[in-house]
Design a protein around this ligand. Structure first.
Ligand SMILES: Cc1ncc(COP(=O)(O)O)c(C=O)c1O
Length: 379
């Protein structure tokens, strides 16, 4: 069967007149770069998460790079992280001079496994970068304890988990630093954008490094009573989020609880309607977790000629439904193959995983269309 229905993408952002009005206000204000809107956005995220400080940047990748530079990662330092993640983290580790050490994930949540991390610690280990896969937080308490016991820095890559909890703790509030992504497909978006949050003295250093190493912001220097004089105290980079972008972020962040609620409802519909299809494993939510549902990740066992790839191709070609894969394991990518890792759980998950469409812009009809298509493929 080939569908005549319009293409249903894997993801589409939800933007409205509120974002448009806030951007127009910024464009007319005369101040376009990191200034009052970025400060408002940072303050909103900071208070909501209950963290000491927040700095809005140009991407989560920039936030990761700043986090690693801030805690002083240097050549010879090892940084433990999963391979089942986006290349941004290991790329940032290498760009900071460190060495990524890929460890195994838990086969249920696909999150980095605390036991594997403990086994990977060596005298050269300086930091652990955990990632909350798809919006299901890692074992935050376990990782905090491991970091404290071994004197390591804990960084949370919370790109998928701006609104998720585990054991009463908010993802992004436990690490020494945590980073978020506002890339176009994330739970809220600014197109491109990110934020680094955490302990005040660390975020303050990240802020300095992220604006060339200059000791005052341009917005501060713009003030009438300030002098235009400034000092460069460390050689930094330019990673600040412009106010045009922050304007979108302010409005998206206000809508986030509503977005997360809609994502949870879609996940619940999939849970109910797809349960029992042989060889299709639906996501497990552990006790004590409030999932952020950035992804709805299923595993497809390769049985009787049906594989993850045949299902993805059929959904696209016959039913006009987009899907995605999270992720190609980083240790299998050309730039990383030299590391020669043995990660059988990661490889098993990566070969079977498929992300179904799950986002607030989907209508109930869209959700039903995905469910019907999967039932048809399985019939
Ligand atoms: C887990 C994870 N970390 C980091 C990033 C990088 O985010 P950005 O595109 O904002 O740099 C992504 C992007 O998809 C991601 O999935």
């Amino acid at each position: 069967m080939t569908t005549t229905a319009p293409f249903l993408p894997w993801n589409r952002p939800s933007l409205g007149s509120e974002e448009e009005a806030e951007v127009i206000d910024t464009l007319r204000s005369g101040w376009l770069t990191h200034g009052p809107k970025a400060t408002r956005f940072e303050e909103a995220v900071r208070t909501d998460l209950g963290v000491e400080d927040a700095f809005a940047v140009s991407s989560c990748t920039a936030a990761l790079h700043l986090a690693l530079l801030t805690v002083g990662i240097k050549p010879g330092d090892e940084v433990i992280t999963p391979s089942l993640t986006f290349c941004a983290t290991p790329n940032a580790i290498l760009q900071s001079g460190g060495t990524p050490v890929f460890t195994e994930v838990d086969p249920i949540t696909f999150n980095i496994d605390p036991k594997a991390v403990e086994q990977a610690i060596t005298p050269k280990t300086r930091a652990i970068v955990v990632m909350h896969y798809g919006g299901h937080p890692c074992d935050l308490l376990a990782f905090r304890k491991i970091a404290d016991d071994h004197g390591l820095v804990l960084i949370e890559d919370a790109a998928h988990a701006l609104q998720a909890w585990r054991d009463g703790l908010r993802a992004g509030s436990v690490g020494d630093l945590a980073v978020f992504s506002f890339y176009a497909n994330k739970v809220m978006t600014t197109g491109e954008g990110g934020m680094i949050v955490g302990r005040a003295e660390l975020v303050q250093r990240a802020r300095l490094l992220g604006r060339h190493g200059i000791d005052t912001s341009v917005w501060q220097r713009h003030g009438k009573r300030r002098t235009a004089d400034y000092e460069v105290t460390v050689p930094g980079l330019k990673y600040t989020m412009p106010d045009i972008t922050a304007a979108v972020g302010i409005q998206q962040f206000q809508k986030l609880p509503e977005f997360t609620a809609r994502r949870s409802l879609i996940a619940a519909s999939y849970d109910r309607s797809l349960a029992g299809l042989p060889g299709l494993r639906l996501p497990t939510v552990l006790d004590g977790v409030r999932h952020g549902w950035f992804l709805y990740p299923v595993l497809i066992e390769p049985v009787g000629g049906r594989t993850r790839d045949t299902v993805a191709n059929l959904l696209l070609d016959a039913y006009g439904i987009g899907t995605s894969v999270h992720f190609k394991p980083v240790h299998r990518l050309a730039a990383y193959r030299y590391l020669k890792c043995h990660l059988p759980v990661t490889e098993q998950v990566a070969a079977r995983q498929l992300s179904l469409p799950c986002y607030p812009a989907m209508t109930s009809t869209d959700v039903q269309r995905v469910i019907d298509a999967l039932h048809a493929i399985w019939s």
